[in-house]
Ligand binder design. Structure first.
Ligand SMILES: [Zn+2]
Length: 277
């Protein structure tokens, strides 16, 4: 930046005196600009993060390498802030605080194994799915939530969450307008968590419409290798009995990251990935 000549400007004497004390006006202006940026406090963004460094802007200003220009860099809080906002957008921010890997109780061998599988899924490629199938009450939703939150945080993905029963009723109620738009958003979401897939009494058959919607959603994600997390009270053999095409896609995309727990007997569980179903 060129030095600015203030000598011709009609400035008050005290300002002129202050200016004369500044040896390098261009540098002084630049530092002032940086200070002004850094002191500006941003309104709360809903992330719940209060950062004294960037004053909640998510960015910090400083000099660039040549020392002649202002450069704005991401603050250390920025990734956490973006993660919190992503979780908030899909309604998962509050659950994310309680359903963590650390807070998951591993009283049984099954729960320890489930946790290992969920954690190792995070290191798998983006195209892999994670599924917990079968008996309720062993922490499937807790672990799926923890895995979802960590995937949003580590991969910086926009995630979508859907609770199968209410979500599917909403879609069916308005399939040709907002319902179709919503379904499309779930199909295309960079990360999707389907909670309680095919929730319902096991003795009541699912409707063809429910199965068609599930197929449309999961087939799109299967074909586009989009990461997906699933929890369901149906065991894997029950999924196969319901719809082989859907079950086959889930099994193929999950690879070793699927757990199927036989109904009613926590000890009687099997893991996919070793040839067992
Ligand atoms: Zn910050």
């Amino acid at each position: 930046m060129d030095a600015i000549d203030f000598s011709g400007l009609p400035l008050p004497p005290e300002v002129r005196a202050a200016m004369e004390r500044i040896k390098d006006p261009a540098r002084w202006l630049l530092e002032n600009k940086i200070r002004t940026y850094n002191e500006r406090i941003e309104a709360p963004d809903g992330s719940g993060i209060d950062c004294a460094v960037c004053r909640n802007k998510g960015f910090v200003a400083g000099l660039d390498e040549d020392g002649l220009h202002m450069r704005v860099r991401p603050c250390a809080c920025r990734n956490r802030r973006m993660t919190a906002l992503r979780l908030k957008r899909c309604g998962m921010l509050e659950r994310a605080k309680t359903c963590t890997f650390d807070s998951f109780r591993t009283d049984t061998a099954l729960q320890r194994r489930m946790k290992e599988i969920a954690q190792s899924w995070l290191d798998a490629g983006d195209s892999h799915w994670l599924a917990f199938c079968g008996q309720s009450g062993v922490g499937k939703t807790h672990l799926c939530t923890a895995a979802f939150v960590q995937a949003v945080a580590r991969r910086q993905l926009e995630g979508e969450y859907l609770l199968w029963g209410p979500a599917i009723r909403e879609i069916k109620a308005d399939l040709f307008d907002k319902g179709a738009e919503q379904l499309d958003r779930w199909k295309r979401a960079p990360l999707l968590y389907v909670d309680d897939l095919f929730k319902g009494r096991p003795d009541v058959p699912l409707s063809d419409a429910d199965l068609r919607l599930a197929f449309e959603l999961l087939d799109h994600r299967y074909n586009n290798a989009l990461p997906t997390i699933l929890s369901t009270e149906r065991s894997f053999p029950q999924l196969v009995a319901l719809d082989e095409a859907i079950a086959g896609r889930i099994r193929e995309r999950c690879g070793p990251w699927i757990v199927s727990i036989a109904p009613g007997a926590e000890k009687n569980y099997r893991f996919r990935g070793d040839g067992a179903v």
